[in-house]
Design a protein around this ligand. Structure first.
Ligand code: UD1
Length: 281
C-alpha cells in the first residue's frame, strides 16, 4: 500500500492491534531528489505525517524510523557521532532531517507518551544470507554495491570509480558499509530497548565503525566470488566526501548491539542474491 493513503492506514490500525511501528518507507535516490524535490517532500514527508496522525489517533506511541547518515555534515573528518554537526546537502537528506524534526516535535508535545528512535544508517549493502531477500533497484542504480552486482552479472561492462585522488590511503572514497542483516537486528534491538524503557527519543548511528575504500570493496568482492570487476577511474562525484564512518558506540552500549558481518559476508550474500535472482523479484 501507499503510506499516504489515510484510509488504508486507518483500516490497518483498526484491524490489528499495533504496538509499534518501524517506519522504513521512503524514496532514497539522491540524484532524483535533487531533480524532483517536490516528489521527495510529498512522498517522504506526506507519508510520515499520515502515519503519525494515525499512530496518535490509535494511541500507538512507539516508533523506530529509518533515518540516514546523509543528514550529517559530510566534511567531518573523523568518526561521526550522533551529536556531530548536521548539514544535509540534497533534497533527500533534507527530507530525512525534516522527518527527524517532525518526530521530535511530536515527542516534545507529549514527552511522557512517546518512545522514538531515529536510526541513522550508514551504507547498508548485501542481502539476506539465504539469497532469497535482496535489493532489486528500479531503473539504474547509483549506489556502488548494486552497480558492482551489475558488473559481476555482465549487465554493464565496467564500474566507474569516482575519483582516485581523495585524501585516503588508496585515493578512493571510504565508507562504512554495513550488512543488511546487522542493520535489521539493530531495529529489533531498538524496539526491545524502547519497550523496556521510559518514554524518550534517541538518535543512533547504525554502522560498523570500520571504513572500507571503493578499491578494497571491489577487491574483496573479486576474492569472495572469483569474478573480475573491471573498472575505470572518473572524476569525483559532486557532493561526495572522502570518508564517512560511524562512531557506533552509543548503539552498541544502549542496545547491546554488535554488527557481526564483515565485507566478505556482505559481498558473498549480495552475490548469492544476485545469482539466484538475476532479474530481481
Ligand atoms: C549515497 C548518498 C546518501 C544515501 C546513500 C544510501 C550521495 C552523495 N550520497 O551515499 O545520501 O544515504 O547513498 O542510499 O549520493 N562510487 C563509485 N562509483 C559509483 C558509485 C559510487 O566510485 O558508481 C563511490 C562513491 O564515490 C563513494 C562510494 O562509492 O565513495 C559509495 O557510494 P554510494 O554507494 O553511492 O553511497 P554514498 O555516496 O556513501
Amino acid at each position: 500500500g501507499d503510506m499516504r493513503d489515510k484510509n488504508l492506514l486507518r483500516q490497518l490500525f483498526s484491524e490489528f492491534e499495533i504496538d509499534a511501528v518501524i517506519h522504513f518507507a521512503g524514496l532514497k535516490s539522491v540524484g532524483e531528489s535533487v531533480n524532483n524535490p517536490i516528489k521527495y517532500w510529498e512522498f517522504n514527508l506526506g507519508s510520515t505525517l499520515c502515519l503519525m496522525k494515525i499512530m496518535q489517533k490509535f494511541c500507538c506511541n512507539c516508533l523506530v524510523f529509518s533515518s540516514s547518515a546523509t543528514i550529517y555534515d559530510s566534511s567531518i573528518n573523523k568518526r561521526i557521532e550522533e551529536n556531530s554537526k548536521i548539514k544535509p546537502i540534497n533534497s533527500y537528506g533534507n527530507t530525512k532531517l525534516a522527518i527527524e524534526t517532525l518526530i521530535k516535535d511530536i515527542f516534545l508535545s507529549s514527552k511522557s507518551l512517546w518512545k522514538m528512535a531515529n536510526l541513522r544508517y550508514f551504507n547498508p549493502i548485501g542481502a539476506h544470507e539465504s539469497g532469497l531477500i535482496g535489493e532489486d533497484p528500479k531503473g539504474e542504480p547509483n549506489n556502488i554495491f548494486p552497480l558492482i552486482l551489475r558488473v559481476a552479472s555482465k549487465k554493464i561492462n565496467k564500474l566507474e570509480i569516482f575519483g582516485n585522488d581523495w585524501p585516503t590511503h588508496d585515493g578512493t572514497g571510504i565508507r562504512d558499509y554495513i550488512h543488511v542483516e546487522d542493520l535489521a537486528e539493530g531495529h529489533i534491538k531498538a524496539l526491545d530497548f524502547l519497550f523496556k524503557n521510559q518514554s524518550q527519543i534517541i538518535n543512533l548511528n547504525l554502522g560498523t565503525g570500520l571504513g572500507t575504500s571503493v578499491l578494497e570493496l571491489i577487491r574483496t568482492f573479486e576474492k569472495v566470488t572469483n569474478i573480475e570487476i573491471p573498472f575505470a577511474y572518473s572524476p569525483r562525484r559532486i557532493g561526495d566526501s572522502p570518508s564517512v564512518v560511524a562512531d557506533n558506540s552509543l548503539a552498541k552500549e544502549i542496545l547491546g548491539w554488535n554488527p557481526k558481518k564483515n565485507i566478505a559476508d556482505m559481498c558473498n550474500d549480495g552475490w548469492k542474491w544476485q545469482s539466484y535472482n538475476p532479474n530481481g523479484y
